[in-house]
Design a protein around this ligand. Structure first.
Ligand code: PPE
Length: 307
């Protein structure tokens, strides 16, 4: 899975994968002071292309900004560095993980003089929730751990330490025999998965929640909203109650890693027919066409790896 003989981009240079290490006294190791992105490059009919690269890099900069970590590169430079890293590893399709973090310096919570480093890793990452997940759907549970409220941490930022909350939920889910966890927010409304946003479908009507539900504003979520509207579905952004999930015709996850993953069961309750529903399947079909460059009207979402 990892390109162990390949390259990693670190602070402006390509270095060997095996040399991409940091000191244990780095601030990020102790306090989780880093921000990251997850991006995918797909093999398209015009060669490898990155899906919604500028949007991901923009979110990366804003995540860093929320933690007062000003990145020492422009968005254009980081985007170009992503392409350079993919080329160096000769991937036709891969996952891209830019990460900015507080490095070696005096410890103590205030990051003070700990420098901000920027790295980009790339690797091959297949279906996030298992090969069968995309076709058959996954079984999930609502974890007892709540998603931290947006007044506690900037939930629209993708920060390393914030994922400890996700870790607790997904560990609980796996121990109970489920693939993934859904978190309720501090008020008991549905928030999101450990690494995915949630959509609910009833007939031809689609709903998903928004930033007031303490979610990360997913770029896949945004893409699916646009694709669904273009297909003529109504998409409403509103609070989702736990009961809305159990009563839905279809429920699915979206995420860069998870793509569009149907949910077939929640806490022992079969959702719809217990398989990917018709709306989910239609959205998957168009989404996978879009990322593979087969839909000209969405070509502007793709950035070629090779100029
Ligand atoms: N919510 C969370 C908490 C989240 O981590 C992700 C992405 C999303 C929603 C969907 O966002 P987007 O990728 O922009 O559509 N999770 C990333 C990390 C997964 C991991 O295990 O690491 C991802 O999908 O890349």
């Amino acid at each position: 899975m990892y390109p162990e003989n390949g390259k990693v981009w670190l602070d402006g240079k390509l270095i060997d994968w095996k040399d991409a290490t940091i000191h244990l006294a780095s601030h990020v190791v102790h306090y989780g002071t880093g921000v990251f992105e997850g991006i995918r490059a797909y093999e398209t009919i015009d060669g490898p292309q990155v899906f919604r690269l500028p949007e991901h890099i923009r979110r990366f900069r804003l995540s860093a900004h929320a933690y007062q970590m000003e990145l020492p590169y422009t968005e254009e430079e980081i985007a170009e560095a992503c392409l350079e890293t993919i080329r160096a590893n000769k991937f036709n399709a891969c996952y891209i993980r830019p990460i900015a973090f507080r490095g070696y310096g005096p410890l103590g919570v205030h990051p003070g003089k700990c420098p901000v480093h920027v790295a980009i890793l790339t690797w091959e990452w297949g279906a996030y929730l298992g090969e069968e997940a995309l076709t058959k759907g996954v079984r999930v549970t609502i974890t007892g751990w709540r998603k931290f409220h947006h007044s506690m941490m900037p939930t629209t930022a993708k920060a390393c330490g914030q994922y400890l909350n996700s870790v607790l939920g997904v560990q609980e889910a796996r121990e109970k025999g489920y693939t993934e966890a859904i978190f309720l927010d501090a008020h008991g409304n549905v928030s999101e998965g450990s690494g995915e946003n949630i959509f609910v479908v009833n007939g031809e009507h689609i709903m998903t929640n928004g930033s007031e539900s303490s979610i990360l504003l997913g770029i896949t979520r945004d893409s699916v909203i646009q694709i669904a509207r273009d297909l003529g579905y109504t998409v409403e952004t509103r609070l989702i109650a736990r009961g809305d999930l159990y009563a839905a015709d279809e429920v699915f996850f979206t995420g860069t890693a998870a793509e569009i993953t149907p949910i077939r069961e929640i806490d022992g309750r079969i959702i719809g027919r217990g398989e990917a529903g018709p709306v989910t399947k239609k959205l998957q079909e168009v989404f996978f066409d879009v990322v593979k460059g087969k839909r000209p009207e969405y070509r502007h979402w793709l950035t070629p790896v090779n100029p």
